[in-house]
Design a protein. Structure first.
Length: 211
């Protein structure tokens, strides 16, 4: 990508999404980790409806570690894959207590060793809790990276992450990640992107897909 195109994209994102950040609700480090695990293949909105209830009913890592799986399931049953996620929530609480003194680790290998935590989740947690420059490639970031020309069609999420890291300075990673998520969630959606009013339409690889 040539520098002027990249600057156009970054200027557009800065103009429309100057102060965006994580939309998941949390008060403590482990609440963020669990919220991100719960958000896999589910909207942040759906997660935000269940986590306040979950963390009120089980208000500590110890309470979550001791909770019956069925009790966790009953609180989170409105979100996708809730049975598997209920097991992950309990196991994460147990492992944070037994292996990490009740704190969320910042190390990527330690994070991805936790149940239900993949690279994307680890990157979100490292960026949000520790401000470590990371680009978490979720479905929005992956789609937009293609449409805006940062990656090729055949690239998987790991290649996309590598290409984005190469294309941007590290101090841009965290904000850029949130900006693409907001653009993808509210404007450049997967099925009905608002192409007719998009200032980036001339450089887009999937413009007017739905028109
Ligand atoms: S032209 Fe349409 S598909 Fe392309 S970036 Fe803009 S809104 Fe998204």
């Amino acid at each position: 990508m040539d520098p002027s195109t990249k600057n156009r994209i970054l200027t557009f994102l800065d103009t429309h999404y100057p102060h965006v950040g994580c939309e998941l609700l949390y008060r403590q480090d482990y609440e963020l980790l669990i919220a991100v695990v719960l958000s896999a293949q589910t909207t942040d909105q759906a997660v935000n409806k269940v986590t306040p209830v979950l963390f009120e009913r089980f208000p500590s890592l110890e309470a979550l570690a001791d909770a019956p799986i069925s009790a966790i399931e009953s609180v989170i049953q409105t979100i996708g894959l809730y049975r598997t996620k209920a097991h992950h929530v309990k196991a994460i609480a147990q492992q944070l207590l037994s292996l990490h003194e009740g704190r969320v680790p910042s190390d990527k290998a330690a994070l991805t060793a936790l149940p239900g935590v993949g690279i994307k989740t680890a990157n979100v947690v490292r960026a949000e809790l520790f401000r470590i420059p990371e680009i978490a490639v979720d479905t929005h970031v992956h789609r937009l990276a293609y449409r805006l020309g940062f990656r090729q069609k055949k690239d998987d999420v790991l290649v996309t992450e590598k290409k984005l890291r190469k294309a941007l300075p590290p101090e841009r990673y965290i904000l850029f990640h949130h900006q693409l998520i907001h653009f993808g969630r509210y404007r450049c959606t997967a099925k009905k992107p608002m192409c007719s009013t998009c200032p980036l339409i001339d450089l887009c690889k999937e413009k007017n897909k739905n028109l």
